[in-house]
Design a protein around this ligand. Sequence first.
Ligand SMILES: [Fe+2]
Length: 327
Amino acid sequence: MGRSSVTFGGGAFYEPVLTEMCKTGEMPSTVRIAQLSDTHFAEEEAEAEGGFAYDTSGAFDAVLAHLGDHDHLDLVVVTGDIADHGRPAQYRRAAEAFARFTVPVNVCPGNHDNAMAYTVGMGRPGVSTSRVVSLGAWTFVFVDSNTGVMLDGDAGLPVDPPGEQRLHSNGLLSATEVEWIRQVANNADTEHVFLWLHHPPLVPLGMFDNAHYDQQWLSLLADLPMVRGLGGGHTHIPAEYEVAGRPVFVAPSLKHNFSMEPQSWLPPGYRTFAFEADGSITSETHLVDDERWPRRPFGRLLKSLFDGEITHQEMADIVARRSLPGQ
Ligand SMILES: [Fe+2]
């Protein structure tokens, strides 16, 4: 299915905008979507946030080649951390890359995505920041899980914090976002709802514990039986697990990507999904094996990070010290 078959809702945050399939398009019985996450685009030669990363543009090229001819897809979704530092030039690179897909692309923000640069940089024909997309028997809701990172500006308009303050923030839903999700799900004119977001809730790994956020999702899902599942990123650890009887799918990252059992590096990759009219979902992780991204075991430093012995900041400081000349 090509670009003409899908229409998008307004991109304004916090407005309960619902969309419809293009009346001239045929309702697909199976909705097919590819998901990328944590693309972390950077300027050429830019130093990676955290001190180490794959060449994300090269990883994107490899993912696109691996996906190959994808006209059969209804949509490509990118679930946040589009840019590594949230800078305008990084969104320019990301937007140019996403425009190479032959089907529509819809994105939502992650903790690395400075709101203004993201909003300005992502909008272009074929690449959208819509919050609700309806396709066949499904309504896809794009959640903003980045509450608390913006500052209160004049006239009640939120503004970005200075510098790179938001880069390591965890998931949180505002009361407005919670109510918005409830209203969209309850007013959806499709039988099934699926939620895309950056921060997956209840990640079954201790280092991602986020009790308040997790409780927000348990309460929401208990009230929203039409929600059939969630798709996210953030962890850079592809996974599939269950929350409140619903599957949670976590996509690989292009920046660096890890396995926990056994502890090893993984190549970059993406996910594909088939959403059926009966509400069932199948999804597959695709990793692009290449000599650039060997599946090597963790070194001592990375093991310390994932075992909770050091923080991300401490790791970044150690990496920075090691890369100093003469060290
Ligand atoms: Fe990320």
